[in-house]
Design a protein around this ligand. Structure first.
Ligand code: BEZ
Length: 185
């Protein structure tokens, strides 16, 4: 894994989902909570050649970037240590783990420490920022073994709307990709 700077403690830990992990969990969980982290924002700046694209034509997927004053809503899952092996493998395409405080919104514990996966600038699959219309065209036309890149975006946007959470980066891409694909919001 690229630049791992944190680890889990004991045999279980919280992991924060901010992308597909909000709406799709493919591992056993011990507990869950709606959650929020401070100082990070979602960006479709990471390439995906194994899930939403191919090595020849990587898709665009999420990472988190530092953004003081921004709060990022997601879902925290309490998992056993083996799940991190699964996630490390699934996210082997450039993600590193960081440990940070999380605010729990519907749990008896109000704050806890947990792990986020972040793809940093300079990792082998990094795409970085691009004009919004270019990113939208890229997402609208990419597809990989996990399905169309657009589905990843639309399901995330729907999951955020269900939570009354506004993320203009995601919503603007959602609107533009739907328009390009001839779909209504
Ligand atoms: C997610 O929340 O979808 C996510 C989790 C781990 C790595 C990348 C994304």
């Amino acid at each position: 894994m690229h630049g791992t700077v944190s680890d889990t403690d004991g045999d279980r830990a919280w992991v924060f989902g901010y992308g597909s992990l909000i709406y799709k969990v493919d591992f056993p969980i011990l507990d869950r909570a709606e959650a929020r982290i401070d100082g990070w924002a979602r960006r479709f700046w990471q390439g995906s050649h194994d899930h939403r694209g191919t090595p020849e034509s990587p898709g665009r997927v999420l990472t988190l970037v530092r953004s003081p004053g921004t709060r990022c809503r997601g879902v925290a899952y309490r998992v056993s240590h083996e799940v991190f092996d699964h996630l490390d493998h699934r996210e082997k395409n450039g993600y590193a783990r960081y440990r940070l405080p999380m605010e729990m919104l519907d749990h008896e514990v109000s704050t806890t420490e947990g792990v986020i996966y972040v793809a940093e600038e300079g990792n082998p699959a990094w795409l970085g920022p691009a004009p919004i219309d270019e990113m939208a065209r890229h997402i609208a036309t990419s597809e990989g073994p996990s399905g169309p890149n657009a589905d990843y975006l639309h399901r995330l946007a729907d999951a955020l709307r269900e939570r009354d959470e506004v993320d203009e980066h995601v919503f603007e891409l959602d609107r533009r990709v739907r328009a390009l694909r001839g779909e209504s919001a």
